[in-house]
Design a protein around this ligand. Structure first.
Ligand code: THU
Length: 142
C-alpha cells in the first residue's frame, strides 16, 4: 500500500489529535533511569483505543518499551489487528521504534496498519510495518 493511500485514512485533524494525546501520555512513563519517556497510542480494528508508556525497573533489563506495553494490553482485551499506532518520544526527529518492538508490531499488523512516528514537537512521519521491518519473519513463515 502506498503512503498516500495510508494518509487518506486519517484527516490532518485526527492525526494532530492523536499526536497530542500520545504526547500527553509521556508524563506517565516510568523512566527514572533513562529519563527518556516514550508513549504508544493504539487503535485496534474495532476502533478501540489503548495506551502504553515505557516502564523501567531497578533491574534495568526488565524495563518494557511503550509499544510492547500497549500491544499485550490490547491483545488481552481481544485486539486482533492494529489499525493505527502512534509512537512518540523526546527525539529531535520522529522517534524510531526499537527492533524488538518492530517485530512485535509486525505480529499484529497488516497492509492496512498505519504507524505514525512522532515527537514532542509534533514532527511526524507515517509508515507501514513493512517499511519499518522489511523481510520480516512472521506468523506466515511457520
Ligand atoms: N523505548 C521505548 O519505549 N520504545 C522504543 O521503541 C525505544 C526505546 C524506551 C526503552 C527505555 O525505557 C527508554 O526508551 C530508553 O531506551
Amino acid at each position: 500500500m502506498k503512503i498516500s493511500d495510508i494518509k487518506m485514512k486519517l484527516t490532518e485533524k485526527e492525526i494532530s489529535n492523536y499526536i497530542d494525546e500520545a504526547n500527553n501520555m509521556l508524563k506517565n512513563a516510568y523512566v527514572p533511569y533513562s529519563k527518556f519517556p516514550v508513549a504508544a497510542l493504539l487503535i485496534d480494528e474495532q476502533g478501540r483505543k489503548f495506551k502504553g508508556v515505557n516502564v523501567e525497573n531497578a533491574s534495568y533489563g526488565l524495563g518494557i518499551c511503550a509499544e510492547r506495553n500497549v500491544i499485550p494490553t490490547a491483545v488481552s482485551e481481544g485486539m486482533k489487528k492494529i489499525r493505527f499506532l502512534v509512537i512518540t518520544g523526546g527525539t529531535p526527529e520522529p522517534i524510531s521504534p526499537c527492533g524488538a518492538c518492530r517485530q512485535v508490531i509486525y505480529e499484529f499488523s497488516d497492509e492496512e496498519t498505519v504507524i505514525i512516528l512522532t515527537n514532542k514537537e509534533k514532527k511526524y512521519k507515517i509508515c507501514s510495518i513493512k517499511e519499518l521491518l522489511p523481510y520480516a519473519f512472521g506468523p506466515e513463515d511457520l
